[in-house]
Design a protein around this ligand. Structure first.
Ligand SMILES: [Zn+2]
Ligand SMILES: [Zn+2]
Length: 204
């Protein structure tokens, strides 16, 4: 079992992430709080099958959430919801307890008040986020998840072929089903073929 104290988790996540930043402090503290609220003590050991985390932003703090919780996209225990919010939801699959934690916007200004002598605002945030209370940093809400818990993890089981590009799409994950497989009349289309993707194939 890994150490669950702030300093070791922070060191570890900064190493994985590649630099020290306020996002690492926020992400580590957010994860520690979330895990505590849902009663998960050993996320990377005994409890690893009981935990799923939804992250709502792809920023520095997300790496810290991944590092502390051990959840990852590849293990299908980390779900990325592209909302652009500094927030994450921690779900205990055993008890169905779920809390969503949102970083408070006013914590940025409060950080300056904690360390007025530090000119660099990121440095002030980094230091302040270590000592500010959970209440100053986060809003916490109990939530329920709109997905059946037995469907949250496990192996994807279904693949369909897109009628337009002929590429295969895994559709079994109910979170992703709507985003991935689209029925248009008689045809089944992948999402980029149905509504445009991030890439266009160049004609040679
Ligand atoms: Zn960073
Ligand atoms: Zn397609």
């Amino acid at each position: 079992m890994g150490k669950m104290d702030f300093e070791s988790l922070f060191k570890e996540s900064a190493k994985i992430h590649g630099h020290l930043c306020p996002g690492q402090v926020l992400g580590v503290r957010m994860s520690m709080l979330g895990l505590k609220k849902i009663g998960i003590k050993d996320p990377r050991g005994d409890d690893k099958k009981n935990l799923i985390v939804f992250v709502e932003i792809d920023r520095c703090a997300t790496d810290a959430v991944q590092s502390v919780t051990g959840c990852s996209l590849g293990k299908r225990t980390l779900k990325f919801m592209d909302y652009g919010k500094m927030a994450a939801t921690f779900v205990n699959l055993k008890t169905s307890r779920a809390v969503r934690i949102v970083a408070r916007e006013d914590s940025r200004d409060k950080a300056k008040e904690y360390f007025p002598e530090i000119a660099d605002k990121y440095e002030a945030q980094l230091e302040a986020y270590k000592i500010m209370t959970d209440k100053e940093l986060f809003d916490v809400m109990e939530v329920s998840i709109n997905i059946k818990k037995e469907n949250l993890s496990g192996k994807p089981s279904g693949r369909v072929k897109c009628d337009k590009c002929n590429e295969y799409v895994q559709v079994a994950d109910p979170i992703l089903r709507e985003r991935r497989g689209v029925k248009k009349g008689e045809k089944i289309l992948c999402r980029p073929c149905a509504s445009g993707g991030y890439y266009n194939v160049k004609k040679l």
